[in-house]
Design a protein around this ligand. Sequence first.
Ligand code: ZN
Length: 552
Amino acid sequence: MDATLPTEDLVLLPLGGAGEIGMNFNVYGFGPPDDRSWIVVDCGVVFGRESATPGVDVIMPDIRFLAEQRQSVLAIVLTHAHEDHIGAVGQLWPLLRCPIYATPFTARLVQDKLAEAGLTDKTRVTIVPLGGKLVLGPFAIDFMSITHSIPEPNALAIRTPLGVVVHTGDWKLDPDPLIGEPTDARAFRQLGEQGVLAVVCDSTNALVAGESGSEARVSKSLFDLIGSLTGRIAVTAFASNVARLESIIRAGRAHNREVALVGRAMHRIVGAARETGYLTGLPPTIDESEAAELPPDRVLYLCTGSQGEPRAALARIAAGEHPTVSLGPGDTVIFSSRIIPGNELAIFDVQNKLAALGVEVLTERDHFVHVSGHPAREELSQMYRWLRPQVAVPVHGELRHLTEHARIARSLQIPQAVVIQNGQMLRLAPGRAEVVDETPSGRLHLDGKVLVEEAKGHARARSVLGYAGFVAATIALDSRGRVAGDPALILEGIPDPVHAPIRDALGETVRRHKPRRGDEETLKENARRSIRRAAASAWGKKPITRVEIIWV
Ligand SMILES: [Zn+2]
Protein backbone atom coordinates (compact mmCIF):
# COMPACT_ATOMS: atom_id res chain seq x y z
CA MET A 1 0.00 0.00 0.00
CA ASP A 2 1.17 3.49 -0.85
CA ALA A 3 2.09 5.04 2.49
CA THR A 4 1.58 8.58 1.14
CA LEU A 5 -2.05 7.93 0.25
CA PRO A 6 -4.20 9.95 2.67
CA THR A 7 -6.64 7.89 4.67
CA GLU A 8 -8.99 10.83 5.05
CA ASP A 9 -9.77 13.46 2.51
CA LEU A 10 -11.85 16.59 2.08
CA VAL A 11 -14.22 16.82 -0.85
CA LEU A 12 -16.66 19.34 -2.29
CA LEU A 13 -19.67 18.06 -4.20
CA PRO A 14 -22.08 20.57 -5.75
CA LEU A 15 -25.47 18.97 -6.43
CA GLY A 16 -26.96 22.26 -7.61
CA GLY A 17 -25.77 25.72 -8.62
CA ALA A 18 -22.62 24.68 -10.48
CA GLY A 19 -23.47 25.24 -14.14
CA GLU A 20 -26.64 27.28 -13.51
CA ILE A 21 -27.79 30.28 -11.53
CA GLY A 22 -30.12 29.09 -8.78
CA MET A 23 -30.74 25.81 -6.92
CA ASN A 24 -27.62 26.16 -4.77
CA PHE A 25 -26.76 22.95 -2.96
CA ASN A 26 -23.16 22.28 -1.99
CA VAL A 27 -21.94 19.32 0.02
CA TYR A 28 -18.66 19.03 1.88
CA GLY A 29 -17.38 15.60 2.90
CA PHE A 30 -14.56 14.62 5.22
CA GLY A 31 -13.21 11.19 6.11
CA PRO A 32 -12.10 8.00 4.39
CA PRO A 33 -13.65 7.71 0.90
CA ASP A 34 -16.00 4.91 1.98
CA ASP A 35 -17.09 6.53 5.24
CA ARG A 36 -17.29 10.28 4.92
CA SER A 37 -19.21 12.70 7.12
CA TRP A 38 -21.17 15.28 5.15
CA ILE A 39 -22.46 18.79 5.68
CA VAL A 40 -24.84 20.51 3.27
CA VAL A 41 -24.35 24.22 2.58
CA ASP A 42 -27.59 25.77 1.25
CA CYS A 43 -30.65 23.98 -0.07
CA GLY A 44 -32.18 26.10 -2.81
CA VAL A 45 -34.57 26.02 -5.72
CA VAL A 46 -34.70 27.45 -9.20
CA PHE A 47 -38.00 28.55 -10.68
CA GLY A 48 -39.47 26.65 -13.62
CA ARG A 49 -40.28 28.40 -16.87
CA GLU A 50 -43.60 27.94 -18.59
CA SER A 51 -41.86 27.52 -21.95
CA ALA A 52 -39.44 24.82 -20.77
CA THR A 53 -41.23 23.10 -17.88
CA PRO A 54 -44.95 23.84 -18.21
CA GLY A 55 -46.84 23.50 -14.96
CA VAL A 56 -43.68 23.23 -12.83
CA ASP A 57 -43.19 26.23 -10.55
CA VAL A 58 -40.15 25.06 -8.67
CA ILE A 59 -37.14 22.83 -9.45
CA MET A 60 -34.65 21.46 -6.94
CA PRO A 61 -31.64 19.14 -6.95
CA ASP A 62 -31.94 15.37 -6.95
CA ILE A 63 -30.03 14.47 -3.78
CA ARG A 64 -30.37 10.69 -3.83
CA PHE A 65 -26.58 10.35 -3.43
CA LEU A 66 -26.87 11.92 0.03
CA ALA A 67 -30.27 10.51 0.92
CA GLU A 68 -28.86 6.98 0.58
CA GLN A 69 -26.35 7.73 3.35
CA ARG A 70 -28.35 10.20 5.37
CA GLN A 71 -27.05 8.89 8.71
CA SER A 72 -23.69 10.43 7.68
CA VAL A 73 -25.21 13.84 6.91
CA LEU A 74 -24.44 15.99 9.95
CA ALA A 75 -26.36 19.16 9.10
CA ILE A 76 -27.79 21.60 6.61
CA VAL A 77 -26.13 24.99 7.08
CA LEU A 78 -27.80 27.96 5.37
CA THR A 79 -25.87 31.07 4.31
CA HIS A 80 -28.85 33.43 3.70
CA ALA A 81 -32.57 33.46 3.03
CA HIS A 82 -32.86 33.81 -0.75
CA GLU A 83 -35.05 31.15 -2.35
CA ASP A 84 -32.15 29.80 -4.39
CA HIS A 85 -30.47 29.00 -1.05
CA ILE A 86 -33.33 27.91 1.23
CA GLY A 87 -36.31 27.23 -1.07
CA ALA A 88 -35.95 23.42 -1.10
CA VAL A 89 -35.70 22.87 2.66
CA GLY A 90 -39.38 21.92 3.03
CA GLN A 91 -39.22 19.26 0.30
CA LEU A 92 -35.67 17.92 0.77
CA TRP A 93 -35.31 17.90 4.57
CA PRO A 94 -37.47 14.74 4.86
CA LEU A 95 -34.87 12.91 2.74
CA LEU A 96 -32.05 13.86 5.15
CA ARG A 97 -33.67 14.45 8.56
CA CYS A 98 -30.62 16.25 9.92
CA PRO A 99 -30.29 19.43 12.04
CA ILE A 100 -30.64 22.79 10.24
CA TYR A 101 -28.55 25.84 11.21
CA ALA A 102 -29.04 29.48 10.22
CA THR A 103 -28.76 33.03 11.56
CA PRO A 104 -31.96 34.57 13.03
CA PHE A 105 -33.57 36.25 9.99
CA THR A 106 -32.86 33.24 7.74
CA ALA A 107 -34.07 30.86 10.46
CA ARG A 108 -37.33 32.82 10.76
CA LEU A 109 -38.08 32.43 7.03
CA VAL A 110 -37.01 28.78 6.94
CA GLN A 111 -39.35 28.11 9.84
CA ASP A 112 -42.18 29.32 7.55
CA LYS A 113 -41.05 26.83 4.89
CA LEU A 114 -41.07 24.00 7.41
CA ALA A 115 -44.56 25.02 8.52
CA GLU A 116 -45.82 25.07 4.91
CA ALA A 117 -44.43 21.56 4.46
CA GLY A 118 -46.12 20.38 7.69
CA LEU A 119 -42.76 19.74 9.38
CA THR A 120 -43.00 22.09 12.36
CA ASP A 121 -43.44 19.18 14.78
CA LYS A 122 -40.58 17.21 13.27
CA THR A 123 -37.72 19.71 13.21
CA ARG A 124 -36.72 23.24 14.09
CA VAL A 125 -33.98 25.51 12.82
CA THR A 126 -31.15 25.98 15.32
CA ILE A 127 -30.24 29.66 15.44
CA VAL A 128 -26.60 30.64 15.09
CA PRO A 129 -25.86 34.23 16.19
CA LEU A 130 -24.23 36.62 13.72
CA GLY A 131 -20.49 35.91 13.76
CA GLY A 132 -21.21 32.63 15.57
CA LYS A 133 -19.36 29.32 15.47
CA LEU A 134 -20.52 25.78 14.95
CA VAL A 135 -18.72 22.45 15.35
CA LEU A 136 -20.08 19.55 13.31
CA GLY A 137 -17.91 16.43 13.51
CA PRO A 138 -14.66 17.21 11.68
CA PHE A 139 -15.96 20.62 10.51
CA ALA A 140 -15.58 23.77 12.63
CA ILE A 141 -17.52 26.58 10.98
CA ASP A 142 -17.21 30.33 11.54
CA PHE A 143 -20.09 32.45 10.27
CA MET A 144 -18.60 35.62 8.76
CA SER A 145 -20.96 38.52 8.09
CA ILE A 146 -20.70 39.86 4.57
CA THR A 147 -22.87 42.14 2.40
CA HIS A 148 -25.46 41.10 -0.21
CA SER A 149 -29.07 42.12 -1.01
CA ILE A 150 -30.87 40.59 1.98
CA PRO A 151 -30.34 40.82 5.74
CA GLU A 152 -27.74 38.52 7.30
CA PRO A 153 -25.70 37.13 4.43
CA ASN A 154 -22.91 34.89 5.72
CA ALA A 155 -19.71 33.54 4.32
CA LEU A 156 -18.59 30.34 6.05
CA ALA A 157 -15.01 29.63 7.05
CA ILE A 158 -15.08 25.83 7.19
CA ARG A 159 -12.09 24.55 9.17
CA THR A 160 -11.07 20.93 8.70
CA PRO A 161 -7.95 18.93 9.65
CA LEU A 162 -6.79 19.38 6.04
CA GLY A 163 -7.24 23.15 5.87
CA VAL A 164 -9.76 25.98 5.72
CA VAL A 165 -12.33 26.35 2.96
CA VAL A 166 -14.05 29.72 2.64
CA HIS A 167 -17.53 29.23 1.22
CA THR A 168 -18.56 32.78 0.34
CA GLY A 169 -22.28 32.31 -0.23
CA ASP A 170 -23.73 35.23 -2.19
CA TRP A 171 -21.93 38.48 -1.53
CA LYS A 172 -20.74 41.86 -2.68
CA LEU A 173 -18.57 44.49 -1.05
CA ASP A 174 -20.98 47.25 -0.10
CA PRO A 175 -19.30 50.05 1.89
CA ASP A 176 -22.74 51.23 3.08
CA PRO A 177 -25.27 48.38 3.03
CA LEU A 178 -27.86 50.30 5.18
CA ILE A 179 -28.80 47.09 7.02
CA GLY A 180 -26.00 45.21 8.77
CA GLU A 181 -22.33 46.10 8.90
CA PRO A 182 -19.99 46.48 5.92
CA THR A 183 -17.86 43.41 5.23
CA ASP A 184 -15.10 43.02 7.83
CA ALA A 185 -12.07 43.27 5.53
CA ARG A 186 -9.70 42.62 8.42
CA ALA A 187 -11.31 39.27 9.25
CA PHE A 188 -10.96 38.09 5.65
CA ARG A 189 -7.39 39.36 5.42
CA GLN A 190 -6.49 37.55 8.66
CA LEU A 191 -7.93 34.32 7.32
CA GLY A 192 -5.76 34.77 4.24
CA GLU A 193 -2.69 35.30 6.40
CA GLN A 194 -3.42 32.09 8.32
CA GLY A 195 -3.65 30.21 5.00
CA VAL A 196 -6.73 29.23 3.03
CA LEU A 197 -6.93 25.93 1.19
CA ALA A 198 -9.85 26.81 -1.07
CA VAL A 199 -12.37 29.54 -1.81
CA VAL A 200 -15.75 28.39 -3.12
CA CYS A 201 -17.23 31.56 -4.52
CA ASP A 202 -20.22 33.33 -6.12
CA SER A 203 -19.80 33.74 -9.92
CA THR A 204 -23.07 35.52 -10.83
CA ASN A 205 -21.43 38.78 -11.96
CA ALA A 206 -18.04 37.47 -13.10
CA LEU A 207 -18.83 38.93 -16.52
CA VAL A 208 -19.52 42.41 -15.13
CA ALA A 209 -16.64 44.89 -15.00
CA GLY A 210 -16.02 47.19 -12.06
CA GLU A 211 -17.95 47.12 -8.79
CA SER A 212 -21.58 46.36 -8.00
CA GLY A 213 -22.26 49.70 -6.26
CA SER A 214 -23.73 50.61 -2.90
CA GLU A 215 -27.25 50.29 -1.58
CA ALA A 216 -26.86 53.74 0.01
CA ARG A 217 -26.38 55.38 -3.40
CA VAL A 218 -29.54 53.71 -4.71
CA SER A 219 -31.36 54.96 -1.64
CA LYS A 220 -30.30 58.57 -2.34
CA SER A 221 -31.24 58.28 -6.01
CA LEU A 222 -34.67 56.78 -5.24
CA PHE A 223 -35.26 59.53 -2.69
CA ASP A 224 -34.67 62.23 -5.32
CA LEU A 225 -36.68 60.42 -7.98
CA ILE A 226 -39.70 59.86 -5.72
CA GLY A 227 -39.56 63.54 -4.68
CA SER A 228 -39.69 64.63 -8.32
CA LEU A 229 -42.86 62.73 -9.26
CA THR A 230 -46.52 63.65 -9.09
CA GLY A 231 -49.50 61.30 -9.23
CA ARG A 232 -49.55 57.86 -7.65
CA ILE A 233 -46.24 56.02 -7.40
CA ALA A 234 -45.84 52.27 -7.29
CA VAL A 235 -42.37 50.87 -6.71
CA THR A 236 -41.64 47.20 -7.29
CA ALA A 237 -38.58 45.51 -5.79
CA PHE A 238 -37.54 42.11 -4.47
CA ALA A 239 -39.34 41.77 -1.14
CA SER A 240 -36.25 40.12 0.36
CA ASN A 241 -34.18 43.29 -0.17
CA VAL A 242 -35.20 44.72 3.18
CA ALA A 243 -32.71 47.61 2.97
CA ARG A 244 -34.31 48.65 -0.33
CA LEU A 245 -37.80 48.42 1.15
CA GLU A 246 -36.70 50.62 4.03
CA SER A 247 -35.23 53.20 1.62
CA ILE A 248 -38.45 53.30 -0.40
CA ILE A 249 -40.72 53.56 2.64
CA ARG A 250 -38.61 56.36 4.13
CA ALA A 251 -38.46 58.23 0.80
CA GLY A 252 -42.24 57.98 0.43
CA ARG A 253 -42.86 59.29 3.94
CA ALA A 254 -40.28 62.07 3.58
CA HIS A 255 -42.14 63.27 0.48
CA ASN A 256 -45.46 63.28 2.32
CA ARG A 257 -46.77 60.01 0.87
CA GLU A 258 -48.43 57.25 2.85
CA VAL A 259 -46.90 53.89 1.98
CA ALA A 260 -48.94 50.72 1.45
CA LEU A 261 -47.39 47.26 1.07
CA VAL A 262 -49.04 45.29 -1.73
CA GLY A 263 -48.49 41.56 -2.18
CA ARG A 264 -48.13 38.64 0.19
CA ALA A 265 -44.33 38.41 0.05
CA MET A 266 -44.00 42.09 1.08
CA HIS A 267 -46.06 41.53 4.22
CA ARG A 268 -44.31 38.22 4.98
CA ILE A 269 -40.75 39.60 4.67
CA VAL A 270 -41.49 42.86 6.46
CA GLY A 271 -43.09 40.84 9.27
CA ALA A 272 -40.08 38.51 9.52
CA ALA A 273 -37.69 41.48 9.46
CA ARG A 274 -39.54 43.27 12.26
CA GLU A 275 -39.66 40.09 14.36
CA THR A 276 -35.90 39.63 14.08
CA GLY A 277 -34.99 43.19 14.97
CA TYR A 278 -34.88 44.96 11.61
CA LEU A 279 -36.96 47.89 10.32
CA THR A 280 -37.25 49.27 13.84
CA GLY A 281 -38.17 52.94 13.95
CA LEU A 282 -39.65 52.76 10.48
CA PRO A 283 -42.67 55.00 9.90
CA PRO A 284 -45.91 52.98 9.89
CA THR A 285 -47.40 51.78 6.61
CA ILE A 286 -51.11 51.89 5.83
CA ASP A 287 -53.55 49.37 4.44
CA GLU A 288 -53.90 49.33 0.65
CA SER A 289 -57.64 50.02 0.90
CA GLU A 290 -56.93 53.15 2.99
CA ALA A 291 -54.41 54.24 0.35
CA ALA A 292 -57.10 54.08 -2.33
CA GLU A 293 -59.00 56.84 -0.49
CA LEU A 294 -56.07 59.30 -0.53
CA PRO A 295 -55.26 61.91 -3.21
CA PRO A 296 -52.80 60.52 -5.82
CA ASP A 297 -49.89 62.69 -4.66
CA ARG A 298 -50.17 61.27 -1.14
CA VAL A 299 -49.71 57.59 -2.04
CA LEU A 300 -46.82 55.22 -2.64
CA TYR A 301 -47.43 51.52 -3.21
CA LEU A 302 -44.59 49.07 -2.59
CA CYS A 303 -45.42 46.03 -4.70
CA THR A 304 -44.31 42.49 -5.42
CA GLY A 305 -43.96 41.37 -9.04
CA SER A 306 -40.76 42.96 -10.36
CA GLN A 307 -40.10 39.83 -12.43
CA GLY A 308 -43.51 39.91 -14.12
CA GLU A 309 -44.80 36.99 -12.03
CA PRO A 310 -48.39 36.62 -13.26
CA ARG A 311 -49.96 36.14 -9.82
CA ALA A 312 -47.99 38.91 -8.09
CA ALA A 313 -49.46 42.31 -7.22
CA LEU A 314 -47.97 44.33 -10.07
CA ALA A 315 -49.18 42.00 -12.84
CA ARG A 316 -52.69 42.16 -11.38
CA ILE A 317 -52.54 45.96 -11.13
CA ALA A 318 -51.31 46.16 -14.74
CA ALA A 319 -54.15 43.90 -15.87
CA GLY A 320 -56.67 46.08 -14.02
CA GLU A 321 -57.57 43.07 -11.85
CA HIS A 322 -56.28 44.19 -8.47
CA PRO A 323 -59.12 44.53 -5.93
CA THR A 324 -57.90 47.81 -4.35
CA VAL A 325 -55.02 49.30 -6.37
CA SER A 326 -55.63 50.93 -9.73
CA LEU A 327 -53.24 53.12 -11.71
CA GLY A 328 -53.78 55.35 -14.72
CA PRO A 329 -52.53 58.42 -16.59
CA GLY A 330 -50.26 60.60 -14.47
CA ASP A 331 -49.12 57.70 -12.30
CA THR A 332 -45.63 56.12 -12.31
CA VAL A 333 -44.29 52.61 -11.74
CA ILE A 334 -40.61 52.29 -10.79
CA PHE A 335 -38.91 48.92 -11.31
CA SER A 336 -36.23 49.03 -8.58
CA SER A 337 -34.87 45.71 -9.77
CA ARG A 338 -33.09 44.01 -12.61
CA ILE A 339 -34.41 41.63 -15.22
CA ILE A 340 -33.49 38.07 -14.26
CA PRO A 341 -32.62 36.34 -17.55
CA GLY A 342 -35.58 34.30 -18.74
CA ASN A 343 -38.14 36.72 -17.29
CA GLU A 344 -37.89 39.32 -20.08
CA LEU A 345 -41.17 38.45 -21.81
CA ALA A 346 -43.21 38.37 -18.61
CA ILE A 347 -41.76 41.70 -17.44
CA PHE A 348 -42.27 43.39 -20.82
CA ASP A 349 -45.84 42.11 -20.87
CA VAL A 350 -46.53 43.85 -17.53
CA GLN A 351 -44.79 47.02 -18.74
CA ASN A 352 -46.87 47.02 -21.95
CA LYS A 353 -50.07 46.68 -19.97
CA LEU A 354 -49.02 49.57 -17.71
CA ALA A 355 -48.22 51.67 -20.78
CA ALA A 356 -51.68 50.85 -22.16
CA LEU A 357 -53.18 52.28 -18.94
CA GLY A 358 -51.22 55.49 -19.53
CA VAL A 359 -48.83 54.78 -16.64
CA GLU A 360 -45.22 55.92 -16.95
CA VAL A 361 -42.74 53.08 -16.44
CA LEU A 362 -39.23 53.81 -15.11
CA THR A 363 -36.52 51.13 -14.93
CA GLU A 364 -32.79 50.93 -14.27
CA ARG A 365 -32.31 51.97 -17.89
CA ASP A 366 -33.87 55.37 -17.12
CA HIS A 367 -32.63 56.06 -13.59
CA PHE A 368 -30.17 54.74 -11.02
CA VAL A 369 -32.73 52.66 -9.10
CA HIS A 370 -30.98 49.33 -8.57
CA VAL A 371 -27.66 47.71 -7.72
CA SER A 372 -26.81 44.04 -7.90
CA GLY A 373 -26.12 42.01 -4.76
CA HIS A 374 -23.32 40.01 -6.37
CA PRO A 375 -19.62 40.79 -6.80
CA ALA A 376 -18.43 42.29 -10.07
CA ARG A 377 -14.85 41.65 -11.22
CA GLU A 378 -13.17 44.25 -8.98
CA GLU A 379 -14.83 42.78 -5.90
CA LEU A 380 -13.90 39.20 -6.86
CA SER A 381 -10.31 40.35 -7.29
CA GLN A 382 -10.37 42.03 -3.88
CA MET A 383 -11.61 38.86 -2.21
CA TYR A 384 -8.82 36.81 -3.82
CA ARG A 385 -6.23 39.38 -2.76
CA TRP A 386 -7.47 39.05 0.84
CA LEU A 387 -7.76 35.28 1.00
CA ARG A 388 -4.96 34.11 -1.36
CA PRO A 389 -6.28 30.53 -1.47
CA GLN A 390 -4.42 27.60 -3.01
CA VAL A 391 -7.53 26.72 -5.01
CA ALA A 392 -10.42 28.77 -6.40
CA VAL A 393 -13.69 26.94 -7.08
CA PRO A 394 -16.29 29.09 -8.85
CA VAL A 395 -19.90 28.13 -8.09
CA HIS A 396 -23.29 29.88 -8.41
CA GLY A 397 -23.16 30.50 -12.13
CA GLU A 398 -23.69 29.17 -15.61
CA LEU A 399 -20.66 27.65 -17.29
CA ARG A 400 -19.81 30.98 -18.96
CA HIS A 401 -19.73 32.68 -15.53
CA LEU A 402 -17.71 29.87 -13.94
CA THR A 403 -15.04 29.87 -16.65
CA GLU A 404 -14.67 33.65 -16.57
CA HIS A 405 -14.43 33.55 -12.77
CA ALA A 406 -11.69 30.91 -13.01
CA ARG A 407 -9.83 33.09 -15.51
CA ILE A 408 -9.98 36.06 -13.10
CA ALA A 409 -8.61 33.89 -10.26
CA ARG A 410 -5.74 32.63 -12.43
CA SER A 411 -4.91 36.18 -13.52
CA LEU A 412 -4.44 36.96 -9.80
CA GLN A 413 -1.89 34.13 -9.48
CA ILE A 414 -4.19 31.83 -7.56
CA PRO A 415 -2.30 28.53 -8.13
CA GLN A 416 -5.34 26.50 -9.21
CA ALA A 417 -8.85 27.42 -10.39
CA VAL A 418 -11.16 24.47 -11.06
CA VAL A 419 -14.47 24.58 -12.89
CA ILE A 420 -16.77 21.74 -11.83
CA GLN A 421 -20.43 21.06 -12.52
CA ASN A 422 -23.23 19.48 -10.53
CA GLY A 423 -22.39 15.91 -9.54
CA GLN A 424 -18.60 16.24 -9.88
CA MET A 425 -16.79 15.52 -6.63
CA LEU A 426 -13.67 17.61 -6.13
CA ARG A 427 -11.00 16.51 -3.68
CA LEU A 428 -9.42 19.54 -2.01
CA ALA A 429 -5.90 18.70 -0.91
CA PRO A 430 -3.03 21.06 -0.09
CA GLY A 431 -1.29 21.84 -3.35
CA ARG A 432 -3.74 19.98 -5.57
CA ALA A 433 -7.46 19.77 -6.25
CA GLU A 434 -8.84 17.13 -8.58
CA VAL A 435 -12.15 15.62 -9.60
CA VAL A 436 -12.24 12.16 -8.01
CA ASP A 437 -15.76 10.95 -8.67
CA GLU A 438 -19.00 11.56 -10.53
CA THR A 439 -22.10 11.04 -8.41
CA PRO A 440 -25.71 10.67 -9.46
CA SER A 441 -27.25 14.11 -9.74
CA GLY A 442 -30.19 15.65 -11.54
CA ARG A 443 -33.27 17.69 -10.90
CA LEU A 444 -36.58 17.21 -9.16
CA HIS A 445 -39.71 19.05 -10.25
CA LEU A 446 -42.24 20.20 -7.73
CA ASP A 447 -45.19 19.51 -10.01
CA GLY A 448 -48.28 20.74 -8.21
CA LYS A 449 -47.91 19.03 -4.82
CA VAL A 450 -45.84 16.13 -6.15
CA LEU A 451 -42.06 15.83 -6.31
CA VAL A 452 -40.98 13.97 -9.48
CA GLU A 453 -37.70 13.29 -11.25
CA GLU A 454 -37.10 15.53 -14.24
CA ALA A 455 -35.77 12.47 -16.07
CA LYS A 456 -39.25 10.91 -15.95
CA GLY A 457 -40.21 13.52 -18.52
CA HIS A 458 -43.71 14.59 -17.42
CA ALA A 459 -42.97 18.27 -18.00
CA ARG A 460 -41.48 17.41 -21.37
CA ALA A 461 -44.58 15.44 -22.30
CA ARG A 462 -46.70 18.47 -21.40
CA SER A 463 -44.46 20.62 -23.50
CA VAL A 464 -45.07 18.29 -26.50
CA LEU A 465 -48.80 18.32 -25.71
CA GLY A 466 -48.73 22.10 -25.88
CA TYR A 467 -46.93 21.98 -29.20
CA ALA A 468 -48.72 19.17 -31.00
CA GLY A 469 -51.77 17.99 -29.03
CA PHE A 470 -52.98 14.51 -28.26
CA VAL A 471 -54.66 11.62 -30.09
CA ALA A 472 -56.29 8.62 -28.40
CA ALA A 473 -57.55 5.72 -30.50
CA THR A 474 -59.51 2.72 -29.25
CA ILE A 475 -59.77 -0.40 -31.43
CA ALA A 476 -62.28 -3.12 -30.57
CA LEU A 477 -61.45 -6.78 -31.35
CA ASP A 478 -63.78 -9.74 -31.06
CA SER A 479 -62.93 -13.05 -29.39
CA ARG A 480 -61.24 -14.30 -32.59
CA GLY A 481 -59.10 -11.20 -32.88
CA ARG A 482 -61.08 -9.61 -35.71
CA VAL A 483 -61.67 -5.88 -35.77
CA ALA A 484 -65.19 -5.10 -34.59
CA GLY A 485 -66.57 -1.81 -35.94
CA ASP A 486 -64.83 1.51 -36.58
CA PRO A 487 -62.12 2.57 -34.12
CA ALA A 488 -62.99 5.41 -31.76
CA LEU A 489 -60.81 8.52 -31.94
CA ILE A 490 -60.30 11.41 -29.53
CA LEU A 491 -58.35 14.37 -30.89
CA GLU A 492 -57.30 17.20 -28.54
CA GLY A 493 -55.55 20.32 -29.81
CA ILE A 494 -55.41 19.01 -33.40
CA PRO A 495 -56.57 21.42 -36.18
CA ASP A 496 -59.69 20.32 -38.11
CA PRO A 497 -57.98 19.78 -41.50
CA VAL A 498 -55.77 17.13 -39.88
CA HIS A 499 -58.65 15.05 -38.49
CA ALA A 500 -59.66 13.35 -41.76
CA PRO A 501 -56.11 12.26 -42.74
CA ILE A 502 -55.65 10.76 -39.25
CA ARG A 503 -59.03 9.00 -39.40
CA ASP A 504 -58.27 7.65 -42.90
CA ALA A 505 -54.79 6.40 -41.99
CA LEU A 506 -56.09 4.61 -38.90
CA GLY A 507 -58.99 3.11 -40.88
CA GLU A 508 -56.56 1.80 -43.49
CA THR A 509 -54.31 0.20 -40.85
CA VAL A 510 -57.25 -1.47 -39.19
CA ARG A 511 -58.60 -2.75 -42.51
CA ARG A 512 -55.24 -4.33 -43.35
CA HIS A 513 -55.04 -6.09 -39.98
CA LYS A 514 -54.97 -9.91 -40.32
CA PRO A 515 -56.11 -11.45 -37.04
CA ARG A 516 -53.51 -13.76 -35.52
CA ARG A 517 -53.34 -14.84 -31.94
CA GLY A 518 -51.34 -12.58 -29.68
CA ASP A 519 -50.87 -9.99 -32.41
CA GLU A 520 -52.58 -7.04 -30.70
CA GLU A 521 -49.28 -5.35 -29.83
CA THR A 522 -48.34 -5.19 -33.51
CA LEU A 523 -51.74 -3.73 -34.33
CA LYS A 524 -51.36 -1.10 -31.59
CA GLU A 525 -47.91 -0.10 -32.79
CA ASN A 526 -48.96 0.01 -36.47
CA ALA A 527 -51.97 2.14 -35.59
CA ARG A 528 -49.86 4.53 -33.51
CA ARG A 529 -47.32 4.94 -36.29
CA SER A 530 -49.92 5.44 -38.99
CA ILE A 531 -51.61 8.21 -36.96
CA ARG A 532 -48.33 10.03 -36.33
CA ARG A 533 -47.22 9.63 -39.95
CA ALA A 534 -50.54 10.98 -41.25
CA ALA A 535 -50.37 13.96 -38.87
CA ALA A 536 -46.78 14.70 -39.87
CA SER A 537 -47.65 14.61 -43.56
CA ALA A 538 -50.85 16.71 -43.31
CA TRP A 539 -49.72 19.10 -40.57
CA GLY A 540 -45.95 18.91 -40.10
CA LYS A 541 -46.28 17.87 -36.43
CA LYS A 542 -46.48 14.58 -34.52
CA PRO A 543 -48.97 14.57 -31.65
CA ILE A 544 -48.62 12.40 -28.54
CA THR A 545 -50.56 9.28 -29.53
CA ARG A 546 -52.06 6.47 -27.46
CA VAL A 547 -53.81 3.39 -28.85
CA GLU A 548 -55.84 0.99 -26.71
CA ILE A 549 -57.36 -2.38 -27.63
CA ILE A 550 -60.61 -3.53 -26.06
CA TRP A 551 -62.19 -6.98 -26.39
CA VAL A 552 -65.88 -7.23 -27.23
ZN1 ZN B 1 -28.61 35.57 -2.57
